[in-house]
Write a protein that binds this ligand. Structure first.
Ligand code: PGA
Length: 258
């Protein structure tokens, strides 16, 4: 039986950039820049900071744009005495559809553990949203040949105890830490090979849903390298940081190969 087709996804991770005025402008520019065909070819997602979500939601909905809304993080409890945190329940109320979980900056700068990442994945799924689960190795791990073990381990920890249907409802992003914001990216062949390893691990965890699961590459994706990444059989899309902050660059990435 043929493997199910996987619709490409291009997701912009704005990180801690753009206040809500700038966010509105960027989404409006993107809306002008992208055509109906672009959304048919790829799911287009923007993940602004929390303070922008409501404004961006309003622009998307009032202009009936096909851009989808994502968040960059969440907390796993629904509510309570957790000063400074934002719950998955609150995000779902804003029609957020995707939540980035376990980004390497969360893990490295804010000490998120595999256990915390697993709780967040469950909280996001519990609200009917899609986690964009990030995995990736450090430069030291990469140079020591530890990439496959690292990404498989992170994936197993995040998915421990999940049913196959839950795993099927996730998106995974392979983001080698040494390639994020450095201008240095994994070669398409290396990224493809590691994503192949991730897909095999998903198959061990959840069986055939691995064939339909979207696995993105992230790390210095630009208009100039997206086409060769997307040409690889295992790479289903991109999680884009720096190049998602400008409408023109992001639109050119969405329109890869055109
Ligand atoms: P970058 O970031 O595209 O700026 O390397 C990617 C990410 O961290 O998601």
């Amino acid at each position: 039986m043929a493997a199910p087709a996987r619709k490409p996804m291009i997701a912009g991770n704005w990180k801690m950039h753009h206040n809500h005025f700038e966010a509105i402008q960027l989404v409006q520019k993107l809306g002008y820049r992208l055509e109906r065909d672009d959304y048919d070819r790829a799911d287009v997602v923007v993940c602004p900071p929390f303070t922008d979500l409501r404004s961006v939601q309003t622009v998307i909905e009032s202009d009936r744009m096909h851009i989808q809304l994502g968040a960059q993080n969440c907390y796993w409890e629904a509510q309570g005495a957790f000063t400074g945190e934002v719950s998955a329940v609150m995000l779902a109320k804003l029609n957020v559809r995707y939540v980035i979980v376990g980004h390497s900056e969360r893990r490295e700068v804010f000490g998120e553990t595999d256990d915390m990442v697993a709780k967040k994945v469950r909280a996001v799924l519990g609200q009917g949203m899609t986690p964009i689960l990030c995995v990736g190795e450090t430069l030291e791990e990469h140079e020591a040949g530890g990439t496959d073990a690292k990404v498989s381990g992170q994936l197993r920890a995040a998915c421990a105890g999940l049913k196959s249907d839950d795993v099927a409802a996730c998106v995974v992003a392979y983001e080698p830490i040494w390639a994020i914001g450095t201008g240095r990216n994994a070669t398409p062949a290396d990224a493809d090979a590691t994503i192949g390893v991730i897909r095999s691990t998903v198959r061990e965890i959840a069986g055939d849903v691995a064939d339909g699961l979207r696995i993105l590459y992230g790390g210095s994706v630009k208009p100039g390298n997206i086409a060769e990444l997307m040409a690889m059989p295992q790479i289903d899309g991109a999680l884009v940081g720096g190049a998602s902050l400008e409408a023109d660059d992001f639109a050119r990435i969405v329109q890869f190969g055109h």
